[in-house]
Design a protein around this ligand. Structure first.
Ligand code: P5A
Length: 437
């Protein structure tokens, strides 16, 4: 893509409500555009990043055997009346009437809908366990939407649901998801820690929030630093190892303020290892047994032929929130550096040229086509601007690698730079192999 062709409407005047770095940066680099309070359009640059995040989330869900499906955004109020949440959910639920006067709603989450899908077909323990997920827009009429994509009304979530015959089996599903979440956040370049949390309107008695540390986060957290040192690679993808993994993580003190107990924190964590800071919740998992299956009569025959309520859990990742969360974690000293895995482009070529001397632009175009042939997603900055402005702009756009075509390049050797590091003069072949691994 040529930068001159990319639809990237840069906003110079930031609105007063853009208080945190990620919100400001997303507006400045034209990733999003607010459409109304808490509702955004995703412009090409932001959309590309979000789709890359979504794909990593998807691959990690598939790798634990979860199956992708798609449920609608609009739901009937009937199923919410069955579970009892139609009243409980309160004003956060966007309630609508269709032309027949039927009460419908824009789904804030899908426990009821998936239970309805499941009960209509699954009748026997033989079909369990099952893990199903979708990635779909949600709507919550948040009283104070803020911080851009972090807390908005309309947001993109991956939500998965587990179905098991017993509490014991259900805990195994919970552990699989727990593991998959840690792997997903690692691939996104984030260190997310699981913390015991309250369950709020979803319910149940077992729940963990996955939180990344960030001063601008909305959750206050208390943790033992040792939780960052656990090596995920030592666990196998089998039930007893995953059980041990959850135990290792949950034996270490890490809680959000709802679960905080000062005495316990001081007794169980050495002063030097205590972390008290803010964090951003990027995922949240719940085990709630028969909270929905019982009132909604989602039953199966167990081995002895007895009807039992299915045991369920739900597991969410804030896909659109993650775009902002990654910026909060990776933006430093006015430089944004996307993790390679989600960067909007693999590399940007920055030639030094002006309207009287386009020699470097012509060289840049050759390199551009060569990289494209190798399936490298490359951006060419073909705008006639001075180099210092170009560098400032690319510090914000955050593509991690740059090929600078100026006085330092000779023949097929070019200046290659990773953001925040020194540059080197490399052959095009070496550049290609660096970009590919
Ligand atoms: C779990 C999946 C649930 O809704 N039901 C289905 C459960 N959990 S949750 O914690 O309420 O939400 C899951 C994740 O979605 C993100 N999120 C938001 N992102 C942007 N704006 C919002 N208003 C918003 N609310 C929730 C969070 O990342 C959360 O962990």
């Amino acid at each position: 893509m040529y930068l001159s062709k990319l639809f990237i409407p840069i906003t110079k005047d930031l609105p007063a409500e853009a208080k945190i770095k990620s919100h400001q940066l997303m507006l400045r680099t034209g990733m999003i555009k607010q459409s109304s309070a808490g509702i955004y359009s995703w412009l090409p640059l932001g959309f590309k990043v979000m789709k890359k995040i979504e794909q990593i989330v998807r691959e990690e869900q598939n790798s634990i055997g979860a199956q992708e499906m798609l449920m609608p955004t609009i739901q009937s109020s009937e199923i919410w009346k069955e579970s009892g949440r139609y009243d409980d959910y309160g004003e956060e639920m966007l309630r609508i009437k269709d032309r027949q006067g039927r009460e419908i709603l824009y789904g804030p989450t899908n426990e009821e809908l998936i239970t309805d899908v499941f009960r209509s077909s699954v009748k026997s323990y033989k079909s369990l366990p099952q893990l199903l997920y979708h990635i779909q827009w949600k709507f919550r009429d948040e009283i104070r939407p803020r911080f851009g994509v972090m807390r908005c009304k309309e947001f993109y979530m991956k939500d998965a649901y587990s179905f098991d015959v017993s509490d014991e089996e259900a805990k195994k599903s919970y552990n699989k998801m727990f593991f998959s979440y840690l792997k997903t956040f690692n691939r996104l370049g984030l260190k997310a820690i699981p913390m015991a949390a309250d369950t709020g309107p979803i319910g149940g008695d077992l729940s963990h929030e996955f939180i990344i540390l960030a001063e601008t986060g909305e959750s206050q957290i208390y943790a033992d630093k040792k939780i960052f040192e656990i090596d995920l690679n030592k666990y196998e993808f089998e039930d007893s190892s995953l059980g041990q993994m959850r135990k290792d993580f949950t034996d270490i003190y890490a809680v959000t303020d709802e679960k905080y107990n000062e005495k316990k924190f001081n007794e169980s964590v050495d002063k030097k290892d205590q972390i008290k800071t803010k964090g951003i919740e990027v995922g949240h998992i719940f085990y709630f047994g028969d909270k929905y299956s019982k009132p909604m009569s989602c039953t199966i025959d167990d081995k002895s032929g007895k009807k039992i309520s299915v045991k369920m859990g739900s597991y969410g990742i804030g896909v659109s929130r993650l775009v902002g969360a990654i910026i909060e974690a990776k933006y430093n000293n006015n430089v944004m550096k996307w993790p390679k895995s989600v960067s909007p482009f693999d590399v940007v070529i920055i030639p030094s040229f002006n309207k009287n001397n386009k020699e470097n632009l012509i060289k840049a175009e050759k390199v551009y086509h060569d990289l494209k042939k190798q399936n490298i997603d490359v951006l060419l900055d073909d705008l006639d601007e001075n180099m210092s402005n170009k560098f400032k702009k690319h510090d914000l756009i955050g593509i991690p690698y740059q090929i600078i075509i100026g006085s330092k390049s000779e023949g097929d050797r070019f200046e290659f730079k990773e953001l925040n590091s020194e540059s080197a003069i490399l052959s095009l072949e070496d550049i290609k192999s660096k970009l590919k691994n």
